[in-house]
Design a protein around this ligand. Structure first.
Ligand SMILES: NC(=O)C1=CN([C@@H]2O[C@H](COP(=O)(O)OP(=O)(O)OC[C@H]3O[C@@H](n4cnc5c(N)ncnc54)[C@H](OP(=O)(O)O)[C@@H]3O)[C@@H](O)[C@H]2O)C=CC1
Ligand SMILES: CC(=O)N[C@@H](CCC(=O)OP(=O)(O)O)C(=O)O
Length: 342
């Protein structure tokens, strides 16, 4: 049976990545694609790399006939997403890629995003989209909130360690580099080639990045007590990929065992042989996550490194994995592409 798919925000990076992945999906068919400033254009005009695909012309989301859609991906900026989603049919299955439905607590949302939420009921209804840890809830959900790409990478490292009780919860440092496509296809000075290439910089320093709202929510829920980590992201001078490095207090062997046990049956999460560390080069364009554990020279301290592709496992690949669950098809459908290397 074919399932009909719509994508709102199809003219952005995550929208294009969804289309690339769905192109090989055995049962999903793209019926409608929506944009804002680019409505009226063909996808070949907006994204020439998708020229060979037979795709509908971009329209505005108001022009879509949702009665013929089984599931809608929403890849819009924060705030716009909640305004649009609150106007969509209440029976429509939605996977949202924005930050708007990730945080359960309206007060926490206001702290990290600065505004009151426009759809508090839907915020409470949404299921957090980190597939490996919310699989059953996602399968029964109507609205799934895709995670932040930085937030996903950090959680792949830390969630199993918190659950297994193998690290000191008051001594967690996470450091991360995110490729420039993480900022979307927008024109900003610091994203110009001349100002980005051949250098790197930290941002949101002082543990002020909004993805800390997701870390606080998820880690505190897992631990049954408040957990706050130190987190600094860096803007990487590369297009795709996130490399996160966690510094924790705990024994490396126990940490490695906890990660191996947590991901033993996961199709997309791979724990590398003990002592090896991952690279963004080896997950690029794929839905895979690689994780590696190394004992630090300081006794009782361990380094854990994770790599994923922000546009795939960090957003669109995760979104497709969740959509597969919501529509009852094979979870890995359309997602077994090998990484693109070099
Ligand atoms: N990039 C990444 O790695 C990740 C992104 N995300 C989140 O996913 C969402 C999409 O990100 P990304 O694809 O990178 O963003 P882009 O900036 O590349 O694309 C944004 C899309 O939203 C559309 N849009 C903008 N404003 C409006 C509006 N007022 N009404 C309707 N459509 C509008 C744009 O249309 P048009 O171009 O026609 O104006 C475009 O299709 C964001 O919320 C982002 O935070 C989440 C995880 C990772
Ligand atoms: C380089 C860069 O700007 N990266 C983004 C990652 C964005 C992301 O994960 O998505 P959301 O915006 O949906 O939270 C950042 O750190 O804000």
């Amino acid at each position: 049976m074919t399932q009909s798919i719509a994508i709102i925000g199809a003219s952005g990076y995550t929208g294009a990545e969804l289309i690339r992945l769905i192109a090989t999906h055995p049962s999903f068919e793209i019926k409608a694609l929506a944009a804002n400033s680019k409505a009226g254009q063909s996808m070949a005009q907006v994204f020439p790399h998708l020229r060979q695909l037979d795709l509908p012309t971009l329209v505005t989301w108001e022009q879509i006939d949702f009665s013929e859609i089984d599931l809608c991906f929403c890849a819009l900026p924060h705030k716009t997403s909640q305004e649009v989603i609150s106007k969509l049919p209440k029976s429509l299955k939605i996977v949202d890629l924005s930050a708007d439905f990730r945080l359960r607590d309206p007060a926490a949302y206001k702290t990290w995003y600065g505004n009151d939420h426009a759809a508090v009921d839907m915020q409470k209804e949404a299921v957090y989209g980190l597939t490996e840890f919310y699989r059953d809830e996602i399968a029964g959900a109507r609205l799934v909130a895709g995670t932040g790409c930085n937030a996903a990478t950090g959680q792949y490292i830390l969630r199993p360690l918190i659950t297994a009780g193998v690290i000191d919860l008051d001594d967690i440092i996470l450091d991360l580099q995110c490729g420039v496509s993480g900022a979307g296809r927008s024109l900003k000075e610091n994203l110009l080639h001349a100002e980005l290439s051949e250098g790197t910089n930290a941002y949101a320093v002082g543990s002020t990045h909004r993805h800390l709202g997701e870390f606080d929510q998820e880690f505190s829920k897992l631990a049954g007590r408040e957990v706050k980590i130190q987190f600094t992201p860096h803007l990487g001078p590369f297009n795709r990929g996130i490399l996160a490095t966690g510094y924790v207090k705990g024994e490396a062997e126990a940490i490695n065992m906890a990660l191996e046990a947590a991901y033993a049956n996961e199709p997309f999460v791979e724990v590398l042989p003990f002592g090896e560390t991952p690279s963004t080069h080896h997950v690029r364009g794929s839905n895979f996550v690689h994780i590696g554990v190394v004992a630090d020279r300081l006794p009782g301290r361990t380094i854990v490194v994770a790599a994923l592709d922000n546009l795939c496992k960090g957003s669109s690949g995760q979104a497709l994995q969740n959509a597969n669950l919501m529509l009852g098809v094979e979870e890995t459908a359309g997602l077994m592409l090998a990484p693109c290397f070099p």
